[in-house]
Design a protein around this ligand. Structure first.
Ligand SMILES: C[S@@+](CC[C@H](N)C(=O)[O-])C[C@H]1O[C@@H](n2cnc3c(N)ncnc32)[C@H](O)[C@@H]1O
Length: 465
């Protein structure tokens, strides 16, 4: 199966399957990101709306449920998936998703997968692909659930495999939910991660009204969901004043600007700004209230994205390209409000980045937590007495959230105190915002299953006057 690959472009394969397979293959072999690659691949292949939707479901659905399908494939092939050629394994995963997740007719799923094997893999892979997928069709989806479940060693492994999440991620989610007395929601959360989220938009406050026919977000006063049309078209038509943005991201940015009244002339910093989604919200809010915003982003290409994101706001927003950990020392006590949307594992956005759950490893967490702690110390140092810092992650992992904040508060020696981020969010979002049962805490955690947002974490730190 490994060995030479053969391309037979002459055989007809449904273009949506080709697109899905090629994107998946780039994700597996080149560490590409499906959400960045797929739209271009769909356009290049000239897929119509129905085929584009099919390619998206094939690609995203397969990548999300990869952990489960790998167990099915290893049982059907009677060998470990690690011993299967990566190209063939991707074809088998795609076939398994069609058979078990999409209820495509068995013969179509098998025949198209065999054709993919013929085009992209070696001669011996063709019979192997056929045999394994036929094996999968011989049991019903429910029988596979039963058999995969029975093969798991313990409860944790069973839950992780059936919900197609790495076990360490499931454990981290359980701890984060337990910290707010909601461990019982774990299965709902895992299920929500496996559902495609609606495309969500922000209408930059003060610059563009919410479209009158839009379905408004439940919690964000500036958010609405798309109607299924091309999101880029809506963004372009608005001159960038309507942006694709998760509702949770909107809420945490608004929490910094709306936590307390804004005095004209305030200086704000977005310390880790790329690609600039939250900077655009801050800039719109600053424009309306006479504040000034500086954005910073370490990676030059992402700093460029920030410049583009704020171009829609008629406010001069300087974008610097420093290491955020140095800003506190370079510009001590300079800013009234600082947003630190820290680099993190991104475990809160698994719905949107289907392959992300397989990319991260437990050892990434302490490395990131160390960087987050240094960035937060720097953010606090850059804040004026009486100023405010919003610490945000798109991860609910406690080591990246509460632990980082607790350490920073302790290290500040009384200079910094947490204010009630939940109360601030409820002021913006309404009392229906259920933030769990732990009243002793000041930070807030949003969740895909409970709020239909990414799992954004927010802590608000007030610097002593
Ligand atoms: C979570 S993202 C920010 C998302 C952004 N706030 C938005 O809403 O579009 C974190 C960003 O921090 C940047 N970053 C990583 N390390 C950094 C550092 N030491 N200093 C400044 N930026 C950094 C990353 O390149 C990444 O763009």
């Amino acid at each position: 199966m490994n060995g030479e690959t053969r391309r037979r472009p002459d055989e007809r394969i449904q273009p949506a399957r080709v697109v899905a397979f090629e994107v998946m293959s780039s994700v597996s072999t080149e560490d590409a990101y499906a959400n960045l690659l797929l739209p271009g691949a769909i356009t290049a292949a000239g897929l119509d709306r129905a085929d584009a939707a099919l390619a998206t479901e094939l690609c995203y659905g397969t990548l999300r449920m990869r952990g489960y399908y790998d167990r099915v494939i290893s049982i059907a092939a009677n060998r470990a998936v690690e011993s299967i050629d990566p190209t063939v394994l991707d074809i088998l995963r795609l076939g398994a998703h069609q058979i078990l997740g999409m209820r495509v007719a068995d013969h179509a799923a098998v025949n198209e997968s065999v054709a993919l094997a013929r085009r992209y893999a070696s001669r011996s892979a063709v019979g192997f692909t056929n045999g394994v997928l036929r094996g999968i069709t011989r049991r019903s989806p429910d029988e596979w659930l039963r058999d995969v479940s029975a093969a798991a060693q313990d409860v944790d492994e069973r839950r992780a495999v059936l919900a197609s999440h790495p076990e360490w991620v499931v454990r981290a989610f359980r701890r984060a939910l337990a910290a707010e007395g909601r461990e019982g929601e774990l299965d709902d959360l895992l299920e929500a991660d496996n559902r495609a989220p609606a495309v969500n938009f922000a209408a930059l406050p003060g610059l563009v009204p919410l479209p009158t026919d839009a379905t408004r977000n439940r919690f964000s006063p500036v958010g609405f969901t798309g109607d299924g049309g091309d999101p880029e078209r809506a963004v372009t038509a608005s001159g960038g004043r309507i942006r694709v943005q998760d509702e949770g991201s909107q809420l945490v940015a608004l929490a910094l600007t709306r936590a307390r009244p804004i005095a004209s002339g305030e200086q704000w910093l977005d310390m880790c700004a790329g690609p600039g989604g939250k900077t655009a919200i801050l800039a719109a809010e600053a424009l309306a209230s006479g504040a000034a915003v500086t954005a910073n982003e370490l990676v030059p290409a992402r700093a460029e994205l920030v410049r583009r994101a704020v171009a829609a706001v008629p406010l001069d927003v300087p974008v610097t390209e420093s290491d955020g950990t140095t800003i506190g020392a370079a510009s001590p006590a300079r800013f009234d409000r600082v947003l630190l949307d820290a680099p993190c594992t991104g475990l809160g956005a698994l719905r949107r980045r289907p392959e992300a759950r397989w990319r991260k490893e437990p050892r990434d967490v302490p490395e990131l937590a160390d960087l987050q702690a240094r960035l937060l110390d720097s953010a606090i140092a850059a804040t004026k007495p009486g100023g405010l810092v919003a610490y945000v992650t798109c991860s609910p992992h406690l080591a990246e959230t509460r632990a980082v904040v607790a350490t920073a508060v302790r290290r500040s020696g009384g200079r910094v105190t947490e204010i009630d981020a939940g109360a601030v969010l409820r002021d913006i979002a309404g009392d229906g915002l259920d933030l769990g049962g732990d009243d002793s805490r000041s930070s807030a955690q949003l969740w895909p299953h409970r709020h239909a947002t990414d799992a954004m974490f927010l802590a608000l730190l007030a610097v002593e006057a």
